[in-house]
Design a binder for this molecule. Structure first.
Ligand code: CMC
Length: 428
């Protein structure tokens, strides 16, 4: 029997169907609400609004659970690779040995970036943020590959191109920003090792692949690969709903991710920890500021719209961080500071009452620092990781038979009809 909820307004009763998710979670289907009742709903920030049904990622914010296509993030981080996880998200199941090999070959074949694109990089001002550059360059890919994604083969090729080229483009932007020679991808290296080599190899100091750094990068990218309907994914779906090409939709996702409340938090955390360190490691004033309603400061790397407990990704990245720093024999004062800050915050009533726990961004910057990634590239690292999720979500939305262009309503609160006053008659 289909469940429903009843809305009573004045002397009328309206019935709305209830939809149930795989884990029994309930949603009131309001798709005919306006037709039925004349009402719209109002939900700033969409905290209570499901924008779609999705079979990709499951999150339980109360219990701290995250699964891609049903597989726990813990198992994937422990046993999978970023490429295999990307395949899982995009194709809906784990690949066979042959499929994974073919996928890797395709990624290698498509990893070069058109030489004409190098010219674009040279013309960004030196101080440009790499996220702005990445968003522009991904959008520019459409000019180099203008074939519309209409058949499955064309979509697969566009998807492969994006996954293959994004790391080359990211490493290129870093090299060019430093005025260094661009390093090309190598067919003998894995996806993650290739990226590190393109970032750090120089003619005067060949980069020695550090297996522990490659492993940590794999974990970092797996943890970021999807997170259901977050701000940037919602942007990809919304922009994509106008049937724009995939490059433009991903470019919009990168722009959305850039913000410090979203993917930009990993950079903001390191900047915050560095500032605390420079001010003598005194954490109390920062905790007090975070609690002060009149101060816009927030404890970066803390809190989450969905997780009201410890972010499961934060738990994993914290372990990865400890392991990597120990293996590389790095002693980072910011790690000690982060631990101290976490301990103090978790004992504080404000953080307890507001369910504020470390999120994935709290420790991830320390992992990236240990790999040698510069701070302004941190959010680019997040973007590379999130790409398979954006693609999977875009594909799912394109295949949805009930898909409509995203076009929210509003509650208008401006003036009612007002006459135009010619400029000479305005008494302002
Ligand atoms: N520091 C201090 N107070 C906070 C924080 C924080 N980091 N996060 C939330 N609060 C307080 C907020 O002031 C509000 O208090 P009150 O109810 O007393 O007015 C309450 O908690 C609810 O906050 P909200 O802004 O309504 O919560 P939200 O779900 O809209 O925001 C968030 C979620 C992630 C934007 C927010 O927690 C935040 O700004 N965190 C810091 C930035 C950050 O680390 N972002 C990375 C998120 S994880 C990676 C990703 O998925 O992008």
């Amino acid at each position: 029997m289909t469940e429903s909820v009843k809305i009573v307004y004045k002397d009328r009763i309206y019935e709305l169907p209830v939809r149930t998710g795989s884990h029994g979670e309930k949603a009131i289907d309001i798709s005919n609400l306006r037709d039925q009742t004349g009402f719209i709903t109002l939900d700033p920030g969409f905290a209570n609004t499901g924008s779609c049904s999705s079979a990709i990622t499951f999150m339980d914010g109360e219990r701290g659970i995250l699964r891609y296509r049903g597989i726990s993030i813990e198992q994937l981080a422990e046993q999978s690779s970023f490429i295999e996880t990307s395949y899982l998200l995009i194709h809906g199941r784990l690949p066979t040995v042959k499929e994974l090999q073919q996928f890797s070959v395709l990624l290698n074949d498509n990893s070069l970036v058109h030489e004409d694109m190098r010219g674009f990089y040279q013309h960004f001002p030196r101080a440009s943020h790499p996220m702005g550059i990445l968003s522009s360059m991904v959008n520019a890919l459409r000019s180099f590959y203008p074939v519309l994604e209409t058949t499955d083969e064309e979509i697969d090729l566009t998807v492969t191109r994006l996954l293959a080229k994004i790391r080359t483009m990211a490493a290129m932007s870093y090299k060019i920003s430093r005025g260094h020679r661009v390093v090309y991808p190598r067919p003998d290296l894995s996806y993650c090792a290739n990226f590190l080599n393109m970032m750090f190899d120089t003619p005067v100091m060949p980069y020695e692949i550090i297996p522990e750094a490659v492993d940590a990068l794999n974990v970092f990218w797996i943890l970021h690969a999807d997170h259901e309907q977050n701000c940037s994914t919602a942007a990809v779906r919304l922009v994509g709903s106008g049937r724009v090409n995939l490059y433009a939709a991903i470019s919009a996702g990168i722009a959305a991710l850039w913000g410090p409340l979203h993917g930009g938090a990993n950079q903001a955390v390191i900047e915050m920890l560095s500032e605390i360190h420079a001010n003598g490691n005194r954490i109390r004033p920062y905790i007090d500021r975070a609690k002060d309603r009149n101060d816009p400061f927030r404890m970066m790397g803390f809190g989450h719209r969905v997780y009201k407990t410890y972010d499961p990704r934060a738990r994993i990245i914290k372990k990865t961080c400890d392991r990597l720093l120990a293996k590389l024999r790095i002693s980072d004062p910011l790690l000690d500071l982060a631990r101290e800050l976490e301990e103090a915050a978790l004992k504080d009533d404000y953080f307890i009452d507001h369910n504020l726990y470390p999120n994935v961004d709290f420790y991830s910057g320390i992992v990236l620092r240990a790999m040698g990634i510069p701070t302004n590239m941190f959010t680019v690292m997040f973007a590379i990781g999130r790409l398979p999720g954006w693609i999977a979500q875009w594909k799912e939305s394109m295949d949805d038979p009930n898909w409509k262009i995203s076009r929210p309503r509003q509650l208008y609160t401006g003036p009612t009809q007002t006459d135009y006053i010619p400029i000479g008659q305005r008494n302002l």
